[in-house]
Design a protein around this ligand. Structure first.
Ligand code: FES
Length: 233
């Protein structure tokens, strides 16, 4: 049935309307001793209904949910992102065993790509099993979907099969709250009813400061966005 399909609708100068009973949980960016994020730690499941509304302006007192504060702060949520496909935006980096597609415009400054010498180093050494595995892990942890790794022999993207869900990101390394991390190909529809390309991993801005709305562009770090979560305070 139409209403069961997981979907995020961007509302004009307002919140995200999430429909389809999409699981919602906190996600903590765990970092190694060098301060590089290397995995996501689940930080608790949030209670939801079939349809719920998530704050997009960054000012709700009930984050991550909307409490209508966007009205009193006259939030300008104009969508500035284009509708080009990932394949039109990405550059290609070839290694011996893996191919990386990298669309920098989607970067959310999550920094997983810096692990173990960096994603490009790992791709260049992808004939080494350990480097290959790490490159795949790094790409899958990249919440924005900027990075997609493919098998060089088959040309097929290597993506785990995951149920649609939303992670509310927290970044203790920068002591800030991060974006909404959409997993599993959830459809995102603009306020003028135009769907963005469905991707397995997408980050949506919830601080209100992105210059690439509705997507996160890392501006939450500069804005010191803080939703009060104990992991960053
Ligand atoms: S949450 Fe990342 S720019 Fe707003």
């Amino acid at each position: 049935m139409e209403h069961d399909k997981p979907k995020v609708k961007v509302t004009k100068n307002g919140p995200y309307k999430v429909s389809g009973t999409v699981r919602l949980a906190k996600g903590i960016m765990a970092q190694d001793e060098a301060g590089t994020p290397f995995e996501w730690k689940e930080g608790g499941i949030l209670p939801i209904e079939e349809t719920y509304w998530l704050c997009r302006c960054g000012n709700s007192r009930h984050k991550p949910f909307c409490d209508n504060t966007h009205r009193s702060v006259s939030f300008d949520g104009t969508e500035t992102a284009g509708h080009q496909k990932f394949s039109e935006l990405a550059i290609t980096v070839e290694g011996p065993d893996l191919i990386l597609k990298d669309a920098g415009v989607f970067c959310a400054s999550a920094r997983y790509c810096n692990l173990a010498g960096g994603i490009r180093f790992l791709i260049a050494n992808s004939d080494n099993p350990e480097s290959r595995e790490l490159a795949i892990q790094v790409a899958h942890n990249c919440p924005s979907g900027r990075l997609i790794v493919s098998d060089k022999k088959t040309g097929e993207p290597i993506e785990p099969s995951i149920e649609p869900s939303i992670t509310v990101a927290e970044d203790p390394g920068r002591k800030v709250s991060g974006p909404l991390f959409l997993k599993g190909g959830i459809e995102v529809v603009s306020s003028d009813d135009d769907s963005y390309e469905a991707r397995y991993r997408v980050t949506l801005c919830r601080c209100g400061h992105s210059n690439n709305k509705p997507f996160c562009d890392g501006s939450h770090i500069r804005a010191a966005f803080n939703d009060g979560d104990e992991s960053i305070n």
